[in-house]
Design a protein around this ligand. Sequence first.
Ligand code: CTP
Length: 421
Amino acid sequence: MTDLAGKHIVLGLSGGIACYKAAELCRALIREGATVQVVMTEAAAQFITPVTMQALSNRPVYGSQWDAREPNNMAHINLSREADAILIAPCSADFMAKLLHGRADDLLSLMCLARPLSGEAGGPGGASKAVPLLIAPAMNREMWAHPATQRNLVQLQADGATILGVGSGFQACGETGDGRMLEPAELLEDVIAFFQPKRLAGHHVLVTAGPTYEAIDPVRGITNRSSGKMGFAIARAAREAGAEVTLVAGPVSLPTPRGVTRVDVRSAQDMLGVVTAAAQAATVLVATAAVADWRPAKAADHKIKKDGSGQPPALQFTENPDILATVAQSARARSGALFCVGFAAESHDLLAHAQAKRARKGVPLLVGNIGPATFGQDDNALLLVDAQGTRELPRASKLALARELIAEIAQRAGATGPKTV
Ligand code: CTP
């Protein structure tokens, strides 16, 4: 995938041991299609050499405001004007303090101060476009927790910077706590999200995903082949679109998308309990979970043993609650405050089944897909069915489809339209 195709990122490194992660980040940005211009402070060059960053970015690295390579001798202007975003990773406590005060005694801080805060590309008189500033702090836990740093953080946000947060764990100094730079993969996900239109800003999206597991006894149960990938992709796309997202997941082994609140459940009954409670605050429900239709009427307390008769145990089943239909009938959904989207996993006659299921579940939008062609796969094809008709989303990656689906949902759920960040 090339989620950053056409984007030009200035990757700024200030001094800190997390500079070693910036090498991997640089590669990851390029792998996603971005072009990367590296700018380093003198302190950063103590931790990683400009030659390393030059080789990885395939461009000369800039470090000095006196760099004579620029014909107009204005590297800070030239570099910031061509950027779609400036990403400071790692951003040291000292560099945060510098940014806060608008100091500009080296190329990186000079460039950040000189970046245009407003404007459109190609404006009158060749006016420049606004260049967002993204900050990935990295420091010792005490430095991070210090009131000065926390004050700076708040003020930098108020000044328009986007703070990408910090990780927690073992630190190079031997201490454990908050302040590590986020991992390159996490920063990449955040940068990709940053560029997505904020179609669902102000919304709270609730997503169900994965299979459910219905226990027969303490060691066995009934489940299905749903991998949860589509639901996780929708949760990620909703988050990228600016929504607050709660993901209620059956047993799956997938990483939680960045910024998403995840609640793990096992059975359909567990899922119903969590979803009905979370639906009170949600504005959109997307039910992708492959909920087991039936569960053993009573799970045995002990492992069911063979009794030597050669006869299988006689299992009694009870129908599971229909989570989507239950929530779609709630007062919030009926008053229009909660927009419900169902999925239909079918093996044949997709359109007829999807239309019937939409009516049966009482949801405004139903998304059909062919179960055997999607379970466990990284791509899929969708058929959207609503009161107006149908729309096919042809085969693509689940994330690409999820983004298209989120755009369709945003149109219908009364969103305010794309917002600039
Ligand atoms: N669903 C649900 N609770 C259930 C069953 C299904 O919330 N107990 C939701 C699914 O998450 C999906 C939609 O309802 O959004 C349709 O699920 P699907 O399994 O395709 O349909 P079923 O209701 O099980 O109908 P059928 O068995 O006739 O295919």
